[in-house]
Ligand binder design. Structure first.
Ligand SMILES: NC(=O)c1ccc[n+]([C@@H]2O[C@H](COP(=O)([O-])OP(=O)(O)OC[C@H]3O[C@@H](n4cnc5c(N)ncnc54)[C@H](OP(=O)(O)O)[C@@H]3O)[C@@H](O)[C@H]2O)c1
Length: 279
């Protein structure tokens, strides 16, 4: 009988990739807000008590970075309190908890990839609420993997999909060229989670694809790989007004995975190619 794993936020980008990669190895109990609202502590404890899972993978989050600025309460309710609830339930059930966090816990003022041992300093509500979630996991769970990822794309709303949509509407797009990070495919992240989950290598991880680029580079790569003739006009952050500030340089080094000899992520461009082939 396959081990049970509760997945929250199963309709999101990572939730869908988890289903694709882990369904043949585990009995997944897939939930999204309709089945399990992670902010409801009684519901979370009840489901975990009833199912007694081997693991819980938290793919649920409030991910709209700009909306978080004006809706701080829901950002903290979902990203911090919801995460605390899962951490408490995991500890009680002696289940392993996989929780996903973000490169936006850093301020992005450096020019060297961040390791898990570097100090955090979020510059927006989203990053701050995700950091609060990380801290609750450390406080309330025992057997946990916190995996910080970045610039995620998969099945769902994301930058790559937006660029493809825009190519149907116009010939030129303006894209920010002075924010540097690492696009990471949800499928690659799910593979790393599949690698970590059966191990006892608990702790905080960075989990992004290899390499780095700007949003403008990512747009150009997307169009090139799809054979689309689009002009990408490179603009600065100052020229593209958003409600939330974003880190300028938020490249993560998967240092903990290197130290334990763990999953090696694909180079971002190769992962993008694989994703677009299946789009
Ligand atoms: N997307 C990125 O670029 C990025 C970058 C770095 C880190 N991450 C982190 O990676 C993880 C996965 O991100 P993603 O892009 O897969 O997110 P996503 O596509 O936005 O999916 C999140 C899912 O959680 C659901 N959800 C929201 N509130 C909930 C609640 N109270 N209870 C249960 N489910 C709830 C959402 O439902 P609704 O759609 O109905 O709200 C959605 O189905 C998150 O922890 C995120 O913070 C993402």
């Amino acid at each position: 009988m396959a081990k049970k794993v509760v997945v929250t936020g199963c309709h999101g980008q990572l939730g869908r990739a988890i289903k694709q990669i882990l369904a043949e190895h585990y009995q997944l109990i897939n939930t999204d807000v309709a089945e399990l609202d992670i902010t409801d502590v009684s519901a979370v404890l009840a489901l975990v008590r009833e199912t007694k899972p081997y693991g819980i993978i938290n793919c649920a989050a409030y991910t709209a970075v700009d909306k978080c600025e004006e809706d701080m309460e829901n950002a903290y309710r979902i990203n911090a309190i919801g995460t605390r609830n899962l951490a408490m339930a995991a500890r009680e059930a002696k289940a392993k908890l996989v929780h996903i966090s973000t490169d936006y816990v850093f301020d992005g003022r450096g020019n060297m990839p961040y390791t898990e041992f570097d100090p955090t300093g979020p510059i927006g509500v989203y990053g701050a609420s995700k950091l609060a979630g990380e801290n609750f996991v450390k406080e309330f769970a025992d057997q946990y993997f916190i995996v910080r990822t970045a610039w995620l794309y998969g099945e769902g709303a994301n930058f790559v999909r937006t660029m493809l949509r825009l190519s149907k509407e116009k010939k030129v797009v303006q894209v920010v060229a002075d924010q540097i990070g690492t696009p990471t495919s949800a499928v690659e992240l799910a593979r790393a989670i599949a690698w970590l989950l059966p191990t006892d290598e608990y702790g905080l991880y960075h989990g992004t694809c290899a390499g780095e680029c700007s949003w403008a580079d990512l747009a150009e790569a997307t169009y090139r790989l799809m054979g689309l003739k689009m002009e990408v006009e490179r603009i600065s952050t100052a020229e593209y007004k958003t409600a939330a500030k974003r880190p300028a340089y938020s490249v993560l080094r998967n240092y903990m995975l290197e130290l334990i000899g763990g999953y090696r992520f694909a180079y971002w461009h190769d992962a993008l190619k694989e994703h677009l082939k299946n789009t």
